[in-house]
Design a protein around this ligand. Structure first.
Ligand code: GLU
Length: 373
């Protein structure tokens, strides 16, 4: 070894080695001090999402929607590389985030006190809440007389009425036909039987204006009068039942009308939690489309879910089939969800605020939620 080299100046080779070591040391320090930078630069962030139109949906194999656009803008703003991982249910999405399989989650995820215990959330990205969707044909503002008139029970009764009227009418016709002083004006069959039917019908409605003269005719009249009393009682009961049934199945106008109804919703969502707390019978589905289908096929009386999701459906796929009713009854805000103490939260918040300040957020909001005339 050259002693001069040690004492007075480092030889070229050693100088290079020292520089490399210093650089490595500096980089290691950077990695230790700033893990965000380290991980971010290493590989793509895993962003969990789930299909919930109009926030996230698939179009020709591509993910689109408000939340997708929003995340892409944030990532672009922060110069981050990321890829989406689609989960089936909210529970799956949250589990992937909690265990760190995903770095964050974005869809239509409500910020709740319970979730805040296990996760971190970004600043609110959207104001939402719960609302009710019902089939369009179930909406009527007044009790429908037509529904009662057209009820199968009442139609059956009217059919029976026309048939049984023929029995006393014929008995009276044949017993009165021979009598000169009889009740009937016409003795020939058709006009005579028509008169007798008229008499039987008006007796049934307790409005008869003539009585048979023959002995058999009178006996028939008395029996028919008793039958009329029973008929009127059955008729009243049938109409009352039809009205009551209509009221029971009647309009849903708000959450107060939900008990006793079959309500479809999404498993492990905030809506499912709300309905459970209210002791309302629920049908829980993993995908919102399945809840819409249950409503359309009559398997459910209403769908309770996030208002913007239901509004979007009623204006697009469900137009003319389903309608949103009543107010937003539980306000919620959506946020981007992170595992607790995530190093990305602050960074994402910064990106989000920048998008709100520079008008990008508003542009995306208008793209997905403002109805263009
Ligand atoms: N916003 C609801 C929640 O966070 C529903 C989310 C969903 O089903 O995607 O529970």
């Amino acid at each position: 070894m050259d002693l001069n080299c040690w004492k007075f100046e480092l030889c070229n080779n050693q100088r290079l080695k020292l520089l490399v070591n210093l650089a490595c040391g500096f980089l290691t320090l950077l990695v230790m001090v700033n893990p965000v930078y380290a991980q971010k630069s290493a590989e793509s962030l895993q962003v969990a999402t789930r299909i919930v139109p109009p926030f996230v949906f698939e179009q020709e194999g591509q993910l689109v929607g408000f939340s997708i656009d929003l995340w892409r803008s944030i990532a672009e703003q922060l110069n981050m590389k990321s890829e989406f991982v689609v989960k089936t249910t909210v529970a799956d999405l949250l589990a992937a985030t909690k265990t760190g399989k995903a770095d964050m989650g974005i869809a239509a995820i409500s910020i709740t006190a319970e979730r805040e215990q296990d996760f971190d959330f970004s600043q609110p990205v959207f104001d939402s809440g719960l609302q009710i969707l019902v089939p369009s044909d179930s909406i009527s503002n007044s009790p429908s007389l037509w529904t009662v008139i057209a009820s199968p029970a009442l139609l059956q009764l009217v059919g029976v009425f026309f048939l049984i009227v023929l029995i006393p009418a014929h008995l009276v016709y044949f017993s009165e036909r021979g009598k000169t002083e009889g009740m009937l004006v016409s003795k020939s069959y058709f006009p005579g039987i028509f008169e007798a039917c008229w008499w039987a019908a008006s007796t049934l409605a307790t409005q008869a204006d003539a009585m048979p003269r023959s002995a058999l005719g009178r006996v028939v009249a008395i029996m028919w009068m008793f039958t009329s009393v029973i008929f009127v009682a059955v008729f009243t009961a049938t109409v009352t039942t039809a009205l009551t049934v209509q009221q029971l199945q009647g309009n849903i106008q708000g959450p107060q009308d939900l008990p006793g109804k079959r309500v479809a919703t999404i498993a492990s969502s905030t809506s499912a939690a709300f309905l459970l707390k209210q002791n309302i019978q629920t049908l829980e589905f993993p995908r919102i489309e399945q809840a819409y289908e249950a409503l359309a096929k009559g398997g459910a009386d209403a769908v309770v879910f996030d208002a913007p999701v239901l509004l979007y459906y009623s204006a697009h796929g469900g137009k003319g089939k389903a309608q949103v009713v009543g107010p937003v009854f539980r306000e919620e805000s959506y946020g981007i969800v992170f595992p607790s103490h995530s190093p990305y939260r602050e960074l994402v918040n910064k990106g989000l605020l920048t998008l709100k300040e520079n008008g990008t957020y508003q542009r995306l909001y208008d793209k997905w939620f403002t109805v263009q005339n």
